[in-house]
Write a protein that binds this ligand. Structure first.
Ligand SMILES: Nc1ncnc2c1ncn2[C@@H]1O[C@H](COP(=O)(O)OP(=O)(O)OP(=O)(O)O)[C@@H](O)[C@H]1O
Length: 249
């Protein structure tokens, strides 16, 4: 259901205390409601606090002020995908993707069946036995996406997951990611430097202002779904990109 809240952030602020220089106010007064199943991107100038906000929402860092409320209780299950896929080099694709099942001791037949379905959805069915060194950068990121989805966490937090990939691979993976999202109905929070990527993927784009990072505007992206190459060629797509580029300056 699109109108059920997944989590809320109220008055979130973050100040880093530095040893030899002034404090850094990374975030100030962040208020945000995210609804279940939404695809949300966060964009803004370098250093505006995008990663800090994602880390705080993911419980990897604590806010200095404010509160976070998750619909699933205090310790929600979350999936993470970062720019570096961090796969275990001695484990194959299926073992890497299923590693959370082992750690969480939920290695059931059903969970492995779902894992195999996800590997297929991500186009990795023929590479289950391959080692990470035998994969391209894009394939490694697909493995890390499947790994993040393997334990069925309702929310996926992604920090520049395709930032290190070439433009063609990135465009391709954006389409793949939307297919996976459409099938799995996860709530996704996605940090990117690319305005085009944010527009292509998202229901809403959160635009942050330079430090101290605040939410400048939340832009609804009313492009029809499913989105594909034609979306990128549409006039509407260009208009959103132009609007956001002008806003970020
Ligand atoms: N652990 C830390 N200690 C001190 N300052 C930090 C720490 N982490 C981040 N900062 C500072 O907080 C601010 C926000 O950083 P953050 O990485 O969240 O920004 P960002 O928008 O993700 O940047 P970029 O787009 O360049 O990746 C920056 O000024 C950064 O220097």
């Amino acid at each position: 259901m699109i109108n059920e809240i997944s989590f809320s952030a109220k008055n979130i602020g973050k100040t880093y205390h530095n040893l030899l220089k002034d404090d850094t106010v990374a975030l100030s007064d962040i208020n945000l409601d995210i609804y279940k199943g939404e695809f949300i991107s966060i964009i803004g100038p370098s250093g505006c606090g995008k990663s800090t906000l994602l880390r705080i929402i993911g419980g990897l860092d604590k806010p200095t002020t404010g509160t976070l409320t998750y619909s699933g209780g205090e310790n929600p299950e979350l999936g993470f995908v970062f720019q570096d896929s961090v796969l275990l080099p001695w484990k194959n694709v299926r073992e890497n993707a299923g590693f959370p099942l082992k750690i969480k001791k939920i290695e059931t037949e059903d969970n492995y069946k779902k894992l195999d379905e996800l590997l297929e959805l991500a186009g990795l069915e023929d590479f289950k036995d391959s080692l990470p060194r035998e994969l391209s950068g894009g394939m490694k990121q697909r493995v890390s996406i499947v790994r993040a989805l393997s334990y069925d966490a309702p929310m996926l937090l992604m920090d520049e997951p395709f930032g290190a990939l070439d433009a063609i691979t990135r465009d391709h993976l954006n389409i793949e990611l939307l297919k996976i999202w459409d099938k799995t109905k996860k709530t996704v929070l996605f940090v990117t430097h690319s305005i085009e990527e944010a527009v292509f993927l998202s229901d809403k784009v959160i635009v942050m202002s330079p430090r101290p990072g605040r939410i400048k505007e939340i832009v609804n992206i009313d492009l029809p779904r499913p989105r594909d190459e034609n979306t990128r060629n549409s006039e509407q797509f260009s208009k959103y990109n132009q609007y956001l580029r002008e806003m970020i300056g």
